[in-house]
Design a protein around this ligand. Sequence first.
Ligand SMILES: [Zn+2]
Length: 198
Amino acid sequence: MYRVNLTTTVFAFIAAFAIAAVFPIAAACDPGMEKQDEAAAQDKSGAAEKVTIVEVASDGTKKGAVTVDKVVRTKQEWKERLTDEQYYVAREKGTERAFTGKYDKHYEDGVYKCIGCGTALFSSKTKYDSGTGWPSFYEPVAEENIDEKTDLSYGMIRTEVLCKRCDSHLGHVFTDGPRPTGLRYCMNSASLDFEPEE
Ligand SMILES: [Zn+2]
């Protein structure tokens, strides 16, 4: 009887120490990482990285170049501003399912802007139905407003298209587009926000 009680007491002690030792570390991990994330963003914004983009009217005409601060936000800030779908596509380089995006069959006149920072990206004048299930354009509204990077994911060689000002992922560009450029900017609706022509 005595032995059993002693064993139980010893186990209880070990368990209590184990829990006390593990939990503070686990609890400290997450906030620590968030702080690092914020620090990295602040360093970048502190250095005031600039980017020159072109302002565009709602009818797609260019208004001229402006030099502005690059938009840098923490993971948490992005999550607060975007829906889960927008975050997954724009910030984690995801792809929305074909034929599900709100701008796939959308043909009003206006300008498609970045969901992350509002930079004008595409004009309705260059939008066409590629039949792929994603909004497609044959050219960006201003070359200055986008960035293109080689993307080797999924065993393919593709060219990723990103917003120049906030680095949000927009989609990919392919060389099977229509005239006059022969390019197909295959975009995700989740990365775009439409501004109707006034
Ligand atoms: Zn942007």
